[in-house]
Design a protein around this ligand. Structure first.
Ligand code: PEP
Ligand code: MG
Length: 885
């Protein structure tokens, strides 16, 4: 096996499609070298070497020999020698996994320096200040990353020296200052570790390589992998690269940039740099960097070359690139290129514009945006009608607004969220240890750092609203958990709102509203529609939702839950009277009152949908849901008796007492032990056919009158909770009879279909029998999940979180379809249904209809459509397209 691959200096061995072996960074360094882009030469130690190392718990002799051979090649290429006393080769050692894991793994710069080679570097560069600054940095970084000594100890030593010499900026440290810092730093190592700082460069190199490999299994890397579903056995590569120096003076610098704006997508070079600094200074957010365009005036040639290289890279990789560069005394070097992480807005804009530029095709564009990003676009915004009390402004690093209680540590964030609270994580700056806390927070606010700082990059990747570099605020140094802005003090658990699109920090809880779909997203979703074969409908119970659904691209309504219409204020008393009726005649009287109300609902919805299919489901929930609670009735009775509640007009206390007591009896009587498995669904339609008959009449009357107006209508009537074909037969017979009667009365014939929900295991197992009587199936995966697992939908919160934490279940099965269990039943249902009726139309209308993995599953088992809440329609359109590309 070959463990090392050279790059640069005309001896490049890798290329960009070798990411699995060389990691993303190594493969792209090789690719840049192949494109004749200036890259400091080096070599990559493969991910295979990492897995081998982890299995062997160390570097084998064979690996060590190969690494030393690669070092020799590098020495020949650069004409310098590791540890040389006159002109030493210095290298950086960095990790680079297959896909970028920002800040997850560790980096060591300036490796190869020791007490004698530092003098070589000093005389060779004729710049002792520079040489000793490198050595100082190397000791602290190596000690932090490799020796696990707290970095702050070295920072303190630096600060102490600055104070002693009365200087503010690092760049003003004198050689003597630096020498003193080095001496103190070495003493820290000795005190902490009991051994001297390693002087042998080869030993330094092997220690650093081991540390990078070990960091693959650091807690923060494991957390990141867990969140992002990255397999633990991939391993990371290590890149050993000859150093170039951004800290050699005013014609040197280092920066991070994106070929297009990662926040807005604007096709304009975007980035930040620091003059006279080394790479980590930018990313760490310690010094606040300058905006990239100002580099043109300072080092014009390098800037122009940088722009050219960016264009080459974009053309070559056909995607927006995130680059790192260093300028050493006017000479530009590229240290990294990779596809840039971006916001959802930026992703859509870039995808659409790259199609317009002819760089990619529409299919590629559709694949470039993830369902999660579309979700991010649908994140709420602060209601613009509300006055905002902006207390501070930072950089708008990741869009969307978030409201939550202030917490100051990732641990507190996790603890609060576990209790069901929403939090905003407020930090001076974030580091990879904060990932877990950032993940659970609604949003992140930092005091320091630029648009490419850790918080910004990670926030964008997570789609988490994020405001960074908010220098207006100060976090109290002590442990009292407060932050200050002007003369305000904000304590832990106070509410704030942050707006990651504007950078605003607002006191209190602002009302949030959902965003609009912009032109680029509209275009991308139109392209998605060209490629997808899976239909997308919406669950909508009223005209407003139906309008929203159409606006967001729904092709019909897949589920109109009629019970929601019964809950409206003016209707609930009639509904209650209907339910509490003791005779059929009494019930019919109240149903007659409900009829015009339902007819109006259906007329409006069918009118809005303009001939698109509308699936209307008959009354489904257990009746008790509509009734008042016994304790409420009792306390109302008390209030009437003691005069604190008013009697209805013209009714005596005795009459009202009798009425309420009767009602209490009836409510007690209707009480069910397991209402979700009780008197609901088609069981209601069979025991009280007059209820379903009223609903049929309302729908068909609405359809007939619209038909007379010349409006096309396509009602699809759906019977819920069918488990036995006879249940469908009986209810359908009533539906057809009533529908015919109404059509005869109206003197019009309209087309309608009658189908059923498949939401009980028995329905899936007997789907062939049911299919013979049904015009369509709609999988009710909420109830099917409930009845397959035997998990009560209303009680799962008590144990599902633990199930997920313990790994008993990978995800909540009420969020993503349990493909092994519930999904298998669905497959049986589809197969049996089709065996009886090959062209039976089938869809899904449970909550899963808007969840990406479930949508892909629905496509894979051959369903015709998914139906989801209006706001998830765009996610469904995109996911459906991606499933079929
Ligand atoms: C279902 O069970 O999946 C469904 C859509 O119906 P409901 O949630 O109204 O029971
Ligand atoms: Mg259901």
């Amino acid at each position: 096996v070959k463990y090392t691959y050279m790059f640069g200096a005309g001896q490049t061995e890798g290329k960009s499609d070798m990411k699995n072996l060389l990691g993303g960074k190594g493969a792209n360094l090789a690719e840049m070298a192949n494109l004749n882009i200036p890259v400091p030469p080096g070599f990559t130690i493969t991910t295979e070497a990492c897995t081998h190392y982890l299995a062997n718990k160390g570097l084998t002799d064979e690996m060590q020999t190969e690494i030393l051979a690669a070092v020799e090649k590098l020495e020949n290429a650069t004409g310098k020698k590791l540890g040389d006393n006159a002109d030493p080769l210095l290298v950086s050692v960095r990790s680079g996994a297959r896909i970028s894991m920002p800040g997850m793994m560790d980096t060591v710069l300036n490796l190869g320096l020791n007490d004698t080679s530092v003098e070589g570097l000093s005389s060779k560069t004729e710049n002792p200040r520079f040489a000793y600054d490198c050595y100082r940095r190397f000791i602290s970084m190596f000690s932090d990353v490799v020796l696990n000594i707290e970095f702050s100890k070295f920072e303190k030593a630096l600060e102490a020296q600055k104070k002693k010499s009365g200087i503010e900026s690092d760049t003003n440290l004198s050689v003597d200052d630096l020498k003193e810092i080095i001496a103190v730093s070495k003493k820290i190592v000795k005190d902490e570790k009991g051994f001297d700082f390693p002087q042998n460069p080869q030993e330094q190199l092997f220690m650093a390589i081991n540390a990078v490999f070990d960091s693959w299994n650091s807690q923060r890397a494991i957390t990141y992998r867990k969140i992002n579903n990255i397999p633990g056995d991939w391993g990371t590569a290590v890149n050993v690269q000859s150093m170039v120096y951004g800290n050699m003076g005013e014609m040197s610098g280092t920066g991070v940039a994106f070929t297009r704006n990662p926040s807005t997508g604007e096709n304009k070079f975007f980035g930040e740099y620091l003059i006279n600094a080394q790479g980590e200074d930018v990313v760490a957010g310690i010094r606040t960097p300058s905006e990239i365009s100002t580099l043109e005036a300072k080092i014009p040639d390098a800037y122009k070359q940088l722009i050219d290289i960016c264009q080459t890279l974009e053309k070559h990789f056909k995607d927006m690139q995130d680059i790192e560069f260093t300028i050493e005394e006017g000479c530009l070097y590229m240290l990294q290129t990779r596809s840039g992480k971006r916001t959802a807005k930026s992703a859509t804009t870039i995808a659409v514009e790259m199609v317009e530029e002819g760089l990619i095709d529409k299919k590629t564009a559709v694949m470039r945006v993830t369902p999660a990003q579309i979700d991010q676009l649908l994140h709420p915004m602060i209601d613009p009608k509300c006055e905002q009390k902006v207390i501070a402004k930072g950089l708008p690093a990741s869009p969307g607004a978030a409201v939550g209680k202030v917490v100051f540590t990732p641990e507190d964030a996790e603890e609060m969220v576990e209790k069901g609270e929403k939090v905003i994580l407020v930090r001076t700056e974030t580091s990879p240890e904060d990932i877990g806390g950032m993940y659970v927070a609604e949003g992140v606010l930092t005091v320091r750092g630029g648009m490419t700082s850790h918080a910004a990059v990670v926030g964008r990747g997570m789609g988490k609203p994020c405001v960074v570099g908010c220098g207006d605020i100060t976090i109290s140094e002590s442990e009292d958990k407060k932050f200050y802005v002007g003369d305000l003090t904000i304590s832990e658990h106070d509410y704030i709102t942050i707006d990651g699109s504007t950078g605003s920090v607002i006191l209190g809880q602002m009302p949030l509203i959902p965003p609009e779909i912009n032109e680029d997203i509209g275009m991308l979703l139109d392209w998605a529609d060209e490629f997808r074969t899976l239909g997308v409908r919406a669950n909508a119970d009223n005209p407003e939702d139906a309008i929203k659904a159409l606006e967001l691209g729904a092709e019909g309504i897949g589920l109109c839950r009629t019970e929601h219409m019964f809950f409206e204020d003016d209707r609930i008393p009639v509904v209650r009277s209907m339910i509490l009726s003791e005779t059929k005649a009494e019930r019919e009287k109240y149903l007659a009152e409900l009829l015009p109300m339902q007819r109006k609902d259906f007329t409006e919805i069918l009118r809005v949908m303009q001939g698109k299919p509308v699936t209307i489901r008959y009354l489904d929930p257990p009746l008790h849901e509509f009734l008042p609670k016994v304790f409420e009735l009792k306390s109302h009775l008390e209030d009437l008796k003691n005069g604190s509640a008013a009697l209805p007009q013209g009714i005596t206390l005795e009459e009202e007492t009798e009425r309420i007591e009767k009602m209490i009896d009836r409510v007690v009587n209707l009480h069910e032990l397991n209402p979700m498995l009780g008197h609901r669904g088609c069981r209601l339609g069979i025991t009280y056919p007059e209820i379903y008959n009223m609903q049929t009449r309302a729908i068909i009357e609405a359809a007939c009158s619209l038909h007379k107006e010349g409006i096309v209508v396509k009602p699809e009537l759906m019977i819920p909770l069918v488990g036995h074909v006879r249940e469908l037969e009986i209810t359908k017979k009533d539906v057809d009879e009533t529908a015919q009667k109404v059509m005869d009365e109206c003197g019009v014939q309209i087309e309608y279909t009658v189908g059923t929900m498949i939401e009980l295991p028995r329905a899936t197992m007997t789907a062939d029998q049911i299919a013979r009587k049904a015009d369509f199936f709609s999988f009710g995966t909420n109830d099917l999940t409930q009845t397959t697992f035997g998990f009560s939908r209303d009680d799962v919160a008590k144990f599902i979180p633990l199930y997920i934490e313990e790994g008993i279940l990978p995800v909540d099965p009420f969020v993503a379809i349990d493909q092994e269990g519930v999904g298998e039943l669905m497959k049986i249902g589809v197969k049996k249904g089709k065996s009886a009726k090959p062209d039976l139309k089938m869809g899904i209308c449970g909550e899963h209809g808007g969840e990406p993995s479930s949508i892909r599953f629905a496509y894979s088992i051959g369903l015709n459509y998914v139906s989801c809440s209006p706001y998830r329609v765009p996610i469904a359109r995109l996911t459906a397209a991606q499933a079929s590309i």
